[in-house]
Design a protein around this ligand. Structure first.
Ligand code: GRF
Length: 231
């Protein structure tokens, strides 16, 4: 089995999922929420187009009117919409929350994928999509939850960090972990170079994790997930 270039090691699951072409599998309908430039959304869309993720992007939503993620989605012909977040800075207000839920339900979304969505989703939203909301975080959780996790890792002096895909629960970055990818911290790193290396890893990990979910290979057992290999 070929080892990919660079400092990233793909697990056996990664390799299986990447090399197994999507045939007539049912496609999982994704709703992607973002606030920023949308590089994770692009990586997911490209993996779907390449045939390695049995999913389709049913809707892209942003809480920032000029977020890059909306432009990247429109360029690809994907349905994309800005929904105003309401009066709070870190969460959706009640009206906005209802509007997000309604738009996702109307689009038949089965899995909500947070890709740089800078608001905490709670109560009503999580009840509308039970165990159906996932997030990517730029550290190896439970280390360095919260904002600017790459800077926290650099300041702490760890030698490895990475990224984590996890289910979203009521806490901040606390839900059951679906997958992680390690990234080395180099002595010459500054916050930007380390963040860039983590984002490169994110763009590999997120499509693989979504593929595993779409194929029904992931089950939640308490606070853990178990991913079943396919061969
Ligand atoms: C990602 O790096 C992710 O770690 C964090 O937000 C960032 C979003 O980037 N949750 P993009 O909008 O996907 O480019």
């Amino acid at each position: 089995m070929r080892t990919p270039p660079g400092p990233f090691r793909l697990s056996r699951l990664h390799v299986l999922l990447r090399t197994r072409p999507v045939s007539n599998e049912k496609k999982l309908r994704l709703g992607i929420l973002g606030s920023g430039k949308g590089s994770n959304m692009v990586a997911i869309a490209d993996s779907i187009t390449a045939g390695s993720v049995p999913a389709e992007i049913a809707l892209v939503l942003a809480d920032v009117a000029d977020a890059g993620i909306l432009a990247r989605a429109q360029e690809r012909g994907l349905p994309a919409k800005f929904i105003p977040p309401g009066r709070f800075r870190t969460k959706l207000d009640e009206t906005a929350e209802a509007a997000y839920i309604a738009a996702l339900k109307e689009a038949g979304v089965e899995l909500v994928v947070l890709a740089g969505f800078m608001r905490i989703l709670k109560g009503e939203f999580l009840r509308a999509f039970p165990q159906r909301v996932i997030n990517i975080h730029p550290s190896l959780l439970p280390a360095f939850p919260g904002l600017e996790a790459w800077r926290q890792a650099l300041d702490y002096g760890v030698k490895f960090t990475g990224c984590t895909v996890h289910f979203v629960d009521q806490g901040v970055d606390t839900g059951p972990i679906i997958g992680q990818q390690t990234v080395p911290v180099l002595s010459r790193d500054d916050a930007d170079t380390l963040h860039g290396r983590i984002q490169f890893a994110e763009r590999q990990l997120y499509p693989v994790a979504i593929s595993a979910l779409a194929r029904g290979l992931v089950r939640v057992e308490g606070r853990k997930t178990v991913t079943q290999a396919t061969e």
